[in-house]
Design a binder for this molecule. Structure first.
Ligand code: ACO
Ligand code: OAA
Length: 462
């Protein structure tokens, strides 16, 4: 009998506490405005009392090892625990699933309620969530010049390149940039930034759907935005899958839970770095998207599907654990990474992976899907193989191991497009940080670098 590594799928726990809810009629801007002096005061206190306090050490391995483990960044909206995974202002994914409002007729948390939580630290009321949805849809039409730009690009240009270009071009209308040119005060930066950020997130569905249409369905008429739908409801409608309620719900969950993963991941860190130069939110997020487009980061979800499909072709209908194990070893022996496994911080199965798997388990049609079964069988053996291989510090699946197979099952089969969906989501966390970095007056990011000689000299004298 082959040994299998079992991944426990916890039932959704009852949240230990009811998280502090926003006053039900307060606007998003007022909720942020109310919190700004509190956070500013906290930052002032930390500076005054602890500026010189050591909270960690810098080892040579941190400097030459991609800064892994270095505590060197302020990011307030979420914190990643290596064992337990992500917490959004202290709330776990199951807490969020239980407390964040869903769309009318839906069960899954939505992008708007997650965005509200990230930006304000509070769980929005149902009414606040609807108001935000309506505000976003009213801002969500793509400017004509961006439509023309996207329409002019070759269908062979990777969808992520198109997304990054489209987002960068939106900076034509940046309110922050215009206000900066006029000479607004530093204390006012956050308001123009918030406006840009809300415009950016509202336009991502139309931009991302335009790219999908041009690359995969050229010439096909696109639906218009529906004022009664939430952000993701509209995105799915524009993609042409609006009648698929299960896919819509899946994407609501997907986009809410991929939204933020603390600050050190490559896309979030890039948005923060570029934003720290006072580049506007469009340019900052465009840069982040090009980090997300790398196969060790967001593009891994595309790579997982490509790899699983190649595995399926090779092993045919005889899908056994032994055949999958052989294929895993073949991948590793050829010097490639197993996409969807391992992580820079996590040391357990990714709770986002678990939440998406629970979604699969809740839908009978997904349990019978060959691609979903293959992904599931793969994670039953991959951790054991990776442990035996002995290199990766985390042999467990990350979110990318499973996020694409449900899309594939529901007919969104063009896996080069998958990272674009991730890109629509990751804006939630990146724009939150941009608003707060301006509200707190965070400085230009500029760490010290060292040459090889300098590292050796410092290490010898330490
Ligand atoms: C949304 C996200 O971004 S989640 C991550 C998505 N990326 C992937 O799924 C790609 C596959 N995974 C990986 O390449 C890695 O696990 C990363 C990039 C995510 C993390 O990298 P690290 O923090 O450097 O991982 P770690 O410290 O465990 O690496 C140690 C060694 O194990 C290897 N390793 C790590 N993960 C894997 C894997 N999935 N398959 C094979 N080897 C692996 C590394 O390449 C490294 O080898 P090296 O010493 O020859 O350079
Ligand atoms: O945290 C990371 O390094 C990568 C990741 O999972 C994410 O950005 O979602």
């Amino acid at each position: 009998m082959m040994r299998q590594t079992c991944i426990r799928m916890p039932a959704r726990p009852i949240a230990a506490r009811l998280y502090c809810r926003s006053l039900s009629t307060q606007s998003l801007k007022d909720a942020i405005k109310e919190t700004i002096p509190v956070k500013q005061e906290q930052l002032k206190r930390i500076k005054a009392q602890h500026a010189g306090t050591t909270i960690g050490e810098v080892k040579v391995e941190n400097v030459i090892g991609g800064m892994r483990g270095l505590k060197a960044m302020l990011w307030d909206s979420s914190v990643l625990d290596p064992e337990k995974g992500i917490r959004f202002h202290g709330l776990s994914i199951p807490d969020c699933q239980q407390q964040l409002p869903a769309a009318p007729g839906g069960k899954e948390m939505i992008a708007e309620s997650m965005l509200w939580l990230l930006l304000t630290g509070k769980v929005p009321s149902e009414a606040q969530t609807r108001t935000l949805s309506r505000d976003l849809v009213e801002r969500g039409t793509l400017p004509n010049y961006v439509e023309k730009l996207i329409d002019s690009l070759p269908a062979t240009l990777h969808p992520m390149t198109q997304l990054g270009m489209g987002v960068a071009a939106l900076n034509h209308d940046s309110l922050f940039q215009a206000a900066y040119e006029k000479g607004i005060k530093k204390s006012e930066y956050w308001e123009a930034t918030l406006e840009d950020c809300l415009n950016l997130i509202s336009r991502l569905p139309a931009l991302a759907a335009r790219i999908y249409r041009n690359v995969y369905n050229p010439g096909k008429a696109m639906e218009s935005l529906d004022k009664n739908l939430d952000l993701v409801g509209n995105y799915v409608r524009l993609l042409g899958f609006g009648d698929n309620h299960s896919l819509t719900e899946y994407l609501r969950l997907y986009i809410a839970l991929h939204g933020d993963h603390e600050g050190g991941n490559a896309s979030a860190h890039t948005a923060h770095l570029v934003g720290s130069t006072l580049s506007d939110p469009y340019l900052s997020y465009s840069a982040a998207l090009f980090a997300l487009a790398g196969p060790l980061h967001g593009l891994a979800n595309q790579e997982v599907l490509r790899w699983q499909m190649a595995m399926q072709t090779e092993i045919g209908s005889d899908v056994t654990h032994d055949r999958i194990k052989e294929y895993l070893w073949k991948t590793l022996k050829s010097g490639q990474v197993v996409p969807g496994y391992g992580h820079g911080v996590l040391r357990n199965p990714d709770p986002r992976f678990i939440a998406l798997q629970q979604f699969c388990d809740s839908k009978p049609e997904l349990q019978d899907s060959p691609i979903i079964q293959l992904v599931k069988k793969t994670y039953e053996v991959a951790p054991g193989v990776l442990k035996e291989h002995g290199k990766t510090k985390n042999p467990y699946p990350n979110v990318d191991a499973t996020s694409g197979c449900v899309l594939y099952h529901y007919g969104l089969t063009q896996f080069k497009y998958y990272t674009v969906i991730f890109g629509v989501s990751r804006a939630l966390g990146c724009i939150t940080q941009l608003v707060w970095a301006r509200a707190l007056g965070l400085p230009l990011e500029r760490p010290k670098s060292l040459s090889l000689d300098a590292i050796e000299k410092l290490a010898k004298s330490a």
